[in-house]
Design a protein around this ligand. Structure first.
Ligand SMILES: Cc1ncc(COP(=O)(O)O)c(C=O)c1O
Length: 495
């Protein structure tokens, strides 16, 4: 072992060193290492007999390795992350500080309720805030992500019909522009899925619902605004029609950022909606998670909420309470508590009257990009859009067979995370751009100029785009192989 590594090992025993008054330099450390002979003594059978082949690296080498790895990754702190439908907004540092306070972060979920009143209060206040923002009648913070919120929501719809003995209600309607989790959730909850077709303006019409409606329809899952960024303007009429047939309305709230502070969700006729705290309410995601997908419900679904709820008792204290006909628990304990603190800080930082600043700026930013790129990229739907702009590669394909994936990869050369690609499925070669409200005009202008340059290159120097990225540590991956057979460990023998 090199002298440097010996010294570094010795430094693990710094407390011993400190006790030794004459130990003034790390070079003396050997004297304080544990007795080397003890390491040679026979070990009990359950103990490891030999040290595994760990790489023999200094701390400094390890730090450099992980720092380099972290720099290969794109992050919202490193550059714009216009991933459509994902709302990759800035994660304010103050929220991290509050969440890290030991009185929150050191709480154990088994502590008696009287000892965690502050923690319960945070949860109660967040439930109240989410109900206030949406106008809904109940809130469960339980689900760990949007998709799990969907599962809880659709299970509540199932329970609603079961309680009424409506066993014939076996179908959930899902638009063709929906996120894949919607039909997957419906199927996982025991429903079959009937697809609704968007019209030429990119929305679902009441006529389309009427066409697909029969006594088997249990509900509709619809994203508002939808994944094209378009507000479903017939939503109220659709809700009324569904309710007249005792079918319920699930609103996928992944795009709430487009209308937070603007729209009363209950008045839209919604019975249940999940809210991605890691999108609208700025908690970290995209590798920095975990997520959090609270659900808010109308009166119809109040009796079936996931357990437990946080309630405020008459004496002003907080407690966990169960709903009698609950669909049950959806995860261990009470949800991703650290995310609740962050989201609550974010909501309180704006305050009720200023929340609409978020959606107004997000919509403005997306439309600014749309306006400046519409002469460079095909815009398949020309309806008014909110928080995101969905282009396609039609022009670039026609000119020189440059595809969406090529454009996405070329963007990486300029330090941008690519937009969402090939989704929603109703757009061939979709490029779905969502800047969020976090980006400055200067950053939007840089992004626009880059996208315009790529469109120019696709026309004049298509190979440059087709062979991108040129400046990243890793070029084009076999993404299927990478997903199916990820290489997650490093073996020094294989270097
Ligand atoms: C429209 C829509 N619905 C549902 C989800 C699922 O949310 P989560 O990733 O939090 O599970 C997403 C995620 O991006 C989405 O965009």
């Amino acid at each position: 072992m090199s002298k440097v590594k010996e010294v570094q090992r010795a430094q693990h025993h710094v407390p011993d060193l400190l006790k030794a008054t004459h130990a003034t330099t790390a070079a003396n450390a050997n004297e304080y290492l544990p007795n080397a002979d003890a390491e040679k003594a026979p070990k009990p059978s359950w103990a490891r007999q030999s040290i595994p082949n760990f790489p023999q690296l200094s701390e400094f080498e390890v730090v450099r390795h992980f720092t380099k790895l972290s720099q290969l990754n794109h992050s919202i702190d490193g550059g714009m992350y216009p991933l459509g439908s994902c709302t990759m907004k800035y994660n304010p540092r103050i929220n991290e500080e509050v969440a890290a306070m030991p009185r929150f972060s050191h709480m154990h979920p088994y502590l008696p309720q009287q000892n965690v009143q502050g923690t319960l209060e945070v949860m109660y206040l967040l439930q109240q805030a989410l109900m206030d923002i949406t106008g809904m009648k109940g809130c469960s913070l339980h689900p760990a992500a949007g998709a799990q919120g969907e599962l809880a929501g659709v299970k509540m719809i199932r329970k609603y019909h079961d309680e009424k003995g409506q066993t014939q209600k076996k179908v959930i309607l899902v638009p063709d522009s929906a996120h894949g989790t919607n039909p997957a959730t419906a199927a996982l909850s025991g429903f079959s899925v009937k697809t609704l077709n968007s019209n030429a303006d990119g929305i679902i019409t009441l006529d389309e619902i009427k066409d697909k409606m029969d006594e088997t329809v249990a509900g509709l899952m619809i994203t508002v605004p939808n994944t094209l960024g378009i507000f479903e303007k017939e939503i109220k009429e659709i809700a009324g029609f569904l309710h007249a047939h005792d079918a319920l309305l699930y609103c996928d709230g992944a795009n709430l950022n487009a209308m937070v502070g603007q729209v009363h969700i209950l008045n839209m006729g919604v019975d249940v909606m999940h809210i991605n705290l890691h999108k609208t309410f700025s908690t970290p995601h995209g590798g920095g998670g975990p997520g959090s997908g609270p659900v808010v419900v109308s009166d119809r679904l109040l009796p079936y909420m996931p357990n437990p709820q946080v309630i405020k008792k008459q004496d002003g204290t907080y407690a966990l309470a169960d709903v009698e006909k609950s669909i049950g628990k959806y995860r261990g304990f009470y949800g991703n508590f650290g995310m609740f603190i962050r989201a609550l800080c974010y909501i309180y930082a704006f305050g009720r009257n200023k929340l609409s600043d978020i959606s107004e700026t997000a919509v403005l930013n997306a439309n600014y990009i749309k306006h400046h790129l519409r002469d460079f990229y095909d815009l398949p739907y020309t309806s008014r859009t909110l928080h995101e702009a969905v282009f396609s590669d039609k022009l670039q394909q026609k000119q020189n067979k440059v595809k969406t994936m090529d454009i996405a990869k070329r963007l990486m050369d300029f330090g941008y995370h690519p937009p969402t690609v090939y989704f929603p499925l109703v757009v061939d070669g979709a490029l779905m751009i969502e800047p969020t409200e976090s980006e400055s005009k200067a950053e939007l202008d840089r992004f626009i100029a880059t996208m315009q340059q790529i469109a120019q290159e696709a026309k004049e120097d298509p190979d440059k785009v087709k062979t991108a990225p040129h400046r990243t540590g890793i070029k084009r991956l076999d993404e299927t192989l990478a997903a199916r057979k990820p290489v997650l460990t490093w073996n020094p023998d294989e270097v």
